[in-house]
Each structure stands twice: as C-alpha cells, then as structure tokens.
Design a protein around this ligand. Structure first.
Ligand SMILES: Cc1ncc(COP(=O)(O)O)c(C=O)c1O
Length: 410
C-alpha cells in the first residue's frame, strides 16, 4: 500500500501500471503516430472541438506557441511570480523576456493591478497560470489584453479539468498550454499540448512539431519505466528507506529521468524540446485522460474536506467552485519545520513553490527575477505548504493529514 507522498506519480493506478508494462514490451509500436493523432482528437473533443497539437512537454509547448506567434527578440511576456522555472525559461528560449507580476494572496494568481503595472510597449503576451487549479481572473485579464492588444496564453499545467462559471479553463485565452509531467493532474511522465480556437496557429505548430524527430528509444524506455519503478519504490518508501534508495540509485544509473535537469537551472535548454511527443507516451496519457471527470471530483472532494475541517475561510483562500485543486495550499509560520515534522509522521507534503521562481538557483542571473519585486509572492513562497488531493489518496490518509495539521496548530 502506498504511503502519503504528494509527488512521485500521484495519479498512477493499477491499470496505468499495466498499460506501461504493455507499451514497454512492444517497442516496435513506439513510433506509431496514430496514437498521437487519436490523443489529439480526444483532447480536441474535451475542448469543444478546438484543434490540439501535442508537444514533448509543457515548456516545449510554451516555446512553440511563442515562436508560432512571432513573439521573440525584443518582446516581453508577463508571468506571475510564484511559478516554476520552466515558464520563464521557455520564454527565454523563444528569445523573449519574462516580466514578473505579483499575486493575490487568496488565489495565488495574478494581482490585477500589479499585472496592469507591468504592461509596456514591449509586452506581447500574458501567461495566466491558474495556480493549483484555481482559475485566474480571466475577465479582467481579457479587458487588459484587448486594451493593449496582447495575446492571452492560459497555462493549464495545474488545472486541466477546472472550470470558471461552467466554462472549461483553456477555452478563455487565445491559446492554452497543457503539461502532462509526472506531478501534474494527468501524466505521461513527460508531455504537453497546445489548444486554440485559431486553427491556422495550431496547423502551423503542428507542421513544426511534425518536422521534429522522435525521442530516442532509450529516453522513451526511461519514461515508461518511471511509473513502474516509482510504484515499487512507493511500496517500500518507509521500510528502512529502501524506496528512497531505489529512486536515488535508479536516477544515478540513468533508469529514471529528472523532471527538471540541473542544467536547466542555469538556463540551458533541455534536449527534449527538440523532439516531438512520443506515441509510446501517448498510450499512457490516453488512459489517464479517460479519468478527467473522476480525478477532478476526487481532488475537489479532498479540498472541501480540508477547507471544512481546518476552518479555512474565503478570506484566506478563495473557494472557486470549478477549481480542480491539483494541490491544496495552506499557510504556516514555519514551513521548514512543518514539512520536516510531517516527514517524521511519514507524510510527504508539498512545498510549491518554495521560491518566487522554483527551483531558485540563479534567480536573478538566469531568470531575471529581482528579489523584493513581488513581495506577496515571496511571502507566499516562504509560508505555503501543499496538502495532497491526489485521486489515489485514501479517506484514512486524508484524516491522517488533517490530524497532523491540527497537531501543528495546537
Ligand atoms: C505552472 C507550470 N507551468 C508550466 C510547467 C511546464 O510543464 P512541463 O514540466 O511539462 O514542461 C510547469 C512545470 O512544472 C508548471 O509548474
């Protein structure tokens, strides 16, 4: 049985493991493009028949979208602080510059006045993050974008499955980017997609993606092994730390990949952005996407339990009915201490994001974030821990997390 671990393939169920085995054992099918086409059709149906193109990751998708929109050298793209390094890095890879706006502490999304202040003549686009699956302030962003003639890119890395006023996130902006990374709501270990109501734009990106080579077979094998090895490691996680040894050894042996390579923290573009999406991984994702409604309901249920039992008010955290709650953010006074005590209680909680741009190495040098420029995001990164909402968490484990948090308050 799996312990409470907020990361480490939190969405993998028994049928996902069977699927990974089946695909791993049939390498002659790893380049059958029909699996990708089928997946694009499935996603397109979810997004009310908007055209879709798969990419090798979310960050590869952001770069591809910006390039197709001719946003590059001399241009600026506004992103929020309290984000992952992949977002500003992908803007840099496209040749443009990220500019950071501060957040609203109750939504972890853009503070509209900070966003408005960052717009200048070089601004070409706004990336709306929908942090933790909480919808961003789309109506106000649309007004700003229309006024200044800016493109809205919705970043659905945290929020596939979420809605705002009954409308699916991803259908508000000019283009949406999805991520199917290992810790995301729906995973194929690596993967991304772009969705737009502009068919010409998606066609252009599709042509570019089709011109890219398939990832090498060793890399595909590494991703297919990921859910299998992680599942084994999770079972043994706390037994003499065998699980942790399995993970570290497998990484050292090159059997497991890392989500963000060390070199990316130094602004180096990873190899995978030059590859197209792998049809082998498409088969993992195909199964995961059949679970969108069920997984979203379970995450929403977990979030509701936390909100009610921990007495969280809407002044502390917005209660957006359509939010998909990839993780449930909670403020604590001593983040390091609470996360360490949780580990002692055999609960691995989350630390997103522990810096205004995570991971934080070279914040100023490589990412262009100026410390002190987004104080609300900086405070949030010092105080926020994440409680697990993943779909495979059991009711008794949810209770365990709740009891632990209560014990910290007393
Ligand atoms: C908010 C956000 N957007 C985009 C990405 C990039 O996704 P990917 O890891 O698929 O490149 C991430 C990655 O963690 C993220 O957290």
């Amino acid at each position: 049985m799996s312990p409470v671990l907020i990361s480490l393939s939190p969405n993998t169920e028994a049928d996902d493991l069977r699927q990974a085995w089946q695909v791993l054992l049939k390498p002659w099918q790893w380049r059958q493009e029909t699996f990708v086409i089928h997946l694009e059709q499935l996603l397109s149906r979810y997004f009310d028949n908007r055209p879709v193109v798969m990419t090798s990751s979310g960050r590869a998708g952001i770069k591809a979208a910006l390039s197709a929109l001719s946003i590059g050298e001399g241009d600026e793209v506004i992103v929020q602080a309290f984000t992952c390094i992949s977002v500003p890095a992908a803007i840099n890879w496209a040749g443009a510059k990220p500019r950071f706006a501060d957040i609203d502490p109750t939504t972890y999304n853009f503070d509209i006045s900070s966003l408005a202040n960052k717009i200048n003549l070089r601004t070409k686009a706004i990336i709306v993050q929908h942090t933790f699956g909480i919808p961003g302030p789309l109506q106000q962003i649309r007004q700003l974008a229309d006024k200044h003639n800016l493109v809205i890119i919705e970043d659905l890395a945290h929020s596939l499955g979420a809605t705002l006023d009954g409308q699916k996130l991803g259908t508000f902006g000019d283009i949406a980017v999805l991520s199917f990374g290992r810790d995301k709501g729906f995973s194929s270990v690596f993967g991304g997609a772009l969705v737009s109501n502009n068919p010409d734009l998606i066609k252009k990106i599709n042509q570019q993606q089709n011109a890219l080579p398939y990832p090498p077979r060793w890399w595909v094998a590494q991703q297919l092994i990921h859910p299998l090895l992680i599942s084994l490691a999770k079972t043994w996680y706390w037994r003499g730390h065998v699980g942790q040894v399995i993970i570290v050894s497998a990484q050292k042996l090159g059997l497991l990949s890392k989500a963000v390579q060390l070199s990316e923290r130094r602004a180096k573009e990873p190899q995978h952005t030059a590859w197209r999406y792998s049809p082998a991984l498409a088969r993992l994702l195909n199964l995961q996407l059949s679970k969108i409604a069920r997984y979203t309901k379970r995450r929403q249920h977990a979030a509701q339990q936390y909100r009610q039992t921990l007495g969280i008010t809407t002044k502390q955290l917005v209660d957006s009915p359509g939010a998909s709650w990839l993780r449930f953010p909670l403020r604590v006074t001593d983040k390091t201490k609470v996360l360490a005590s949780a580990k002692q209680a055999k609960l691995v909680l989350g630390d997103w994001y522990d810096s205004p741009v995570t991971p934080c190495a070279g914040l100023t040098t490589y990412v262009g974030y100026r410390l002190g420029s987004c104080p609300v995001a900086e405070q949030a990164s010092r105080e926020t821990i994440n409680l697990p909402t993943y779909p495979t968490i059991r009711p008794d484990q949810l209770q365990q997390v709740i009891s632990f948090i209560r014990s910290q308050a007393s």
